[in-house]
Design a protein around this ligand. Structure first.
Ligand code: XMP
Length: 327
């Protein structure tokens, strides 16, 4: 097992499928050596990092890995289903799925301050995970999808799924098989492990999820409208060759309404805002130049298919001055 927090100088960059395969084979040996016949716990968000760690551990120790997927109700359309399909159905993993939607949304009801919302989501996530960990007997290890940039950089992109704050009785030995990998290497390994492209090349998604894209106090109907409009945007980007080309794209709904007209009647409804940006490190960002006809088509679909929405706006603001998320 490699220890310490500095990537070994002799560690080869993973640039080909063969090198990815070699890394996987070596890790399987190292993981078996570290874990023996112990039980390993993992918070599996469905993001590329935790998914690669899960797939590696399933290969190395099979059912000794217990993956916990917490649905906080703020995930994108189809995400929990994809995690269940890929890991439980296809990889035959030991997966605990917890639908904690009501718990999170009840706690968040009426809370409008963005930092307070983040605290509630992060804190509740740890509590749900802790509860699941306590139900299991004999866990010795905690696996984490830490990657090299998490160790060496302190940029704005941080995993809010990290469970570093567990209490003493749940302090397990860490298993971090990809901690020296850069993102492109993680993706190459994920591809070689057979993870679907949709998971492997997934755009970044913040830990608090759609919670920060339903600005102000979250309501269930507005959250559903964010989820549906985001699914339409993703579907249209995929159809038009923008998936994998644009760094991050999503919709959000602010907490105000405006007047519109639907079926010859006044409609007092929400606007949907589209954001699509490119960046290297998320510190600065430029706005994607989306063809106007595509924007019009997406607008038509959203106002016709998403209940409660009467307008669509495109955010033209680079970072700075606008951050990528709205809160
Ligand atoms: P901003 O809005 O600061 O976002 O320009 C930069 C990048 O960070 C992501 N982001 C977050 N990720 N937890 C996360 O895990 C958060 O609370 C959070 N807030 C922003 C954002 O999606 C973008 O990629």
């Amino acid at each position: 097992m490699i220890t310490g927090n500095v990537r070994p100088a002799n560690m080869e960059r993973i640039t080909t499928p063969e090198l990815a395969k070699k890394f996987i084979d070596e890790q399987i040996v190292a993981l078996r050596e570290q874990i023996g016949d112990g039980k390993v716990l993992l918070a599996l968000s469905g993001g590329v990092d935790s998914s690669v760690v899960a797939a590696l551990l399933i290969k190395a120790v099979g059912k000794q890995l217990v993956s916990v997927h917490v649905n906080h109700g703020l995930l994108r359309k189809g995400e929990p289903e994809q995690v269940i399909r890929v890991f439980r159905d296809e990889m035959n993993a030991n997966l605990v799925y917890v639908d904690a939607t009501d718990r999170f949304l009840d706690k968040l009801a009426g809370v409008s301050d963005p930092e307070q919302k983040r605290k509630i989501i992060g804190g509740e996530f740890i509590r749900v995970f802790e509860e699941e960990a306590r139900k299991l007997q004999g866990v010795k290890f905690l696996a984490q999808g830490t990657i090299y940039p998490d160790i060496v950089e302190s940029g704005p992109v941080k995993s809010h799924h990290n469970v570093g704050g567990l209490p003493e009785d749940l302090k397990f030995e860490l298993v971090e098989p990809i901690k020296f990998l850069f993102k492109d290497e993680v993706r190459m390994v994920g591809h070689e492990l057979g993870l679907p492209d949709a998971m492997n090349y997934r755009q970044p998604f913040p830990g608090p999820g759609l919670g920060v894209r339903c600005t102000g106090a979250i309501t269930r109907d507005r959250l559903e409208a964010v989820r549906e409009s985001d699914a339409i945007l993703r579907e249209e980007f995929a159809k038009n060759g923008l998936e994998g080309k644009v760094w991050q794209y999503f919709t959000l709904i602010p907490d105000f309404k405006s007047t519109g007209v639907k079926n010859n009647q006044r409609a007092w409804e929400w606007p949907v805002i589209i954001r699509a940006v490119n960046t290297r490190d998320a510190m600065t960002a430029t706005v994607e130049n989306i063809p106007f006809e595509l924007l019009q088509h997406i607008t038509n679909r959203i106002v016709n298919e998403v209940p409660g929405v009467n307008r669509v706006l495109y955010d033209l603001t680079p970072k700075p001055t606008g951050t990528i998320e709205w809160e």
